[in-house]
Design a protein around this ligand. Structure first.
Ligand code: ADP
Length: 212
């Protein structure tokens, strides 16, 4: 099954993606995680991407399309995947269609802006897995440490208040139109989920749509 996980930053894509992966035998591909990995290893792509990400803007389409196309060719992606954070622009959606990658399900996590801002500003991330925590709402068992691996959690650089409103604006201008595009061409596959509830409740709303 090919699942697109869409929604504003902080709407819970990472958390729901992890829950789906933990329970079902499917891989999650996050373009945000891939970019952060490139930054970590100091690659040319990483250096370029960092500038855009730090401003809350989108990384240029050609760069992201190159990165993702290579990833989708790997063996483990042949049976299906959850795509988190892609497509984020009309061109990226067109690239998917051109490469005959037709999603089976488009999950759109919907939450009000004030909820999103509150969530992002307390967010802690485990870089290797993409698992996320929140300082108040879902703290790790030991402060600053990932529950499963014991590795440190970090606060993402773009999770600062100033960058968040820019990221929300970018979502509205570039990515929400992609949701509308899918609603117009394959409305039966688009499912809007109320993401303003605890992660397990959101997951309960997501699960009936997964045929894995
Ligand atoms: P969030 O959904 O919380 O904003 P992500 O980890 O998905 O977090 O993305 C972080 C940043 O990485 C984005 O603000 C953007 O700069 C960049 N990025 C991720 N995916 C894409 C993409 N498909 N196209 C362009 N830029 C992207």
């Amino acid at each position: 099954m090919k699942i697109l996980l869409m929604g504003a930053p902080g709407s819970g894509k990472g958390a729901q993606g992890s829950l789906i992966v933990d329970k079902h035998n499917i891989i999650r591909i996050s373009t945000g995680d891939m970019l952060r990995q490139q930054i970590k290893i100091g690659s040319d792509i990483g250096m370029l991407a960092k500038k855009y990400m730090g401003r809350g803007e989108l990384v240029p389409d050609d760069l992201i399309i190159q990165l993702l196309s290579e990833r989708l060719l790997q063996q483990d992606a042949s049976k299906g995947f959850i795509l988190d954070g892609f497509p984020r622009t009309q061109s990226q959606a067109v690239m998917m269609t051109d490469q005959d990658i037709i999603p089976d399900l488009i999950l759109v996590l919907d939450a009000p802006d004030e909820v999103i801002i509150q969530r992002i500003c307390g967010r802690l991330t485990h870089m290797a897995s993409g698992r996320v925590y929140h300082e108040q709402f879902s703290p790790p068992k030991v402060a600053g440490i990932d529950d499963l691996t014991g590795e440190p959690l970090i606060r993402r650089e773009d999770d600062k208040f100033d960058t968040v409103s820019q990221r929300l604006d970018t979502y509205r201008r570039h990515t929400y139109p992609v949701v509308q595009y899918y609603q117009s061409i394959m409305p039966e596959k688009v499912v809007i989920i109320d993401a303003d509830q605890p992660p397990e409740r959101v997951f309960a709303a997501v699960e009936p749509h997964l045929h894995l």
